[in-house]
Design a protein around this ligand. Structure first.
Ligand SMILES: N[C@@H](CCC[C@H](N)C(=O)O)C(=O)O
Length: 289
């Protein structure tokens, strides 16, 4: 890692990120460096890192460069790599706007989960085309300690297990021990959502994220929850020919999810930049060598 590195801090429904602008992909973000940046006591603190790189400069994104100028190289707080981050991609778009790279309107962002279309609205909210959900067949179970719940396996580019519970407090302290789904269904680990009903097409959730622990929100998780809730309610837009919209409350705010008859899912929510600065070079040296 070179010595002088700029950062920003941002969040989407309080799913918070350290943003590292690095157009030429010159910063070596090792897993240890990411974990140090995300450390809430000894580092800057965040659920993950949004590494902002031009697609043409990143080996994983070069093939998408003609479609999307910028690549969201997303990392979880423990340094692991994930395919997609729904709150992250809104905050990523907000950063591009803040830095003057884009203005209000539509843009395409490359992610490991493919190119996502993003709309920055005048009112400040950001809408992301999240793609289609996959619903692998087969029952899955999520467990916390001695307790288990049946869950729905939903893939939003990344893996989710959605469990409907009587009370969000049922899940207890999601950190000790963390919830898990069966390794056979989730060989790469899983994000677990616990969900309760709040009203017609309105649910609330808690989430334990793979690689980050319990967070205040998860955008891909909210999409997985909306789809699982719709199927549970007997609603499939592909069958009815009508879009289905669910409001999903998360501990850090609210997301609105619409599934269209063609299966495409759109998520709308806020994205905020809260600070910007430069890492202290001596500190960086000490944590990443
Ligand atoms: N917070 C994210 C999801 C981030 C990735 C996830 N932890 C994984 O490993 O799949 C979101 O808003 O979608």
């Amino acid at each position: 890692m070179s010595t002088r590195i700029a950062f920003l801090k941002g969040h989407g429904t309080e799913n918070d990120f350290v943003i590292v602008p690095d157009p030429d992909n010159a910063v070596e973000l090792t897993p240890a460096a990411v974990a140090a940046l995300c450390d809430r006591r000894a580092g800057l603190g965040g659920d993950g890192v949004l590494h902002v790189v031009r697609s043409a400069a990143h080996p994983e994104a070069r093939a998408m460069a003609a479609e999307a100028e910028w690549f969201m190289d997303y990392r979880n707080g423990d340094g692991s790599v994930a395919e997609m981050c729904g709150n992250g991609v809104r905050v990523f778009a907000r950063y591009l706007q803040h830095a003057g790279h884009v203005s209000e309107g539509d843009l395409a962002i490359a992610t490991r989960g493919g190119v996502k279309t993003v709309h920055i609205a005048k009112d400040g909210d950001i809408t992301v085309g999240m793609g289609k959900a996959r619903l692998p067949e087969g029952d899955v179970t999520v467990s916390v300690g001695e307790r288990s719940w049946p869950a729905r396996n939903v893939n939003m580019g990344n893996p989710h297990a959605v469990a409907f519970v009587d009370d969000l407090a049922d899940a207890g302290d999601l950190f000790s021990p963390p919830p898990f789904g069966p390794a056979s269904a989730y060989p790469e680990g899983v994000n677990v959502e616990f969900v309760v009903d709040r009203g017609p097409r309105h649910v609330a959730m808690r989430v334990h994220e793979r690689g980050s622990g319990e967070t205040r929100s998860c955008g891909t998780g909210a999409c997985a929850v909306a789809v699982a809730a719709a199927r549970r309610d007997g609603i499939d837009p592909a069958v009815t020919g009508t879009p289905a919209t669910y409001t999903v409350d998360v501990p850090g705010g609210r997301l609105v999810i619409t599934e269209r008859p063609d299966g495409e899912i759109e998520m709308t929510g806020p994205a905020v930049i809260v600070a910007e600065g430069e890492f202290d070079p001596a500190w960086l040296e000490s944590v990443v060598g």
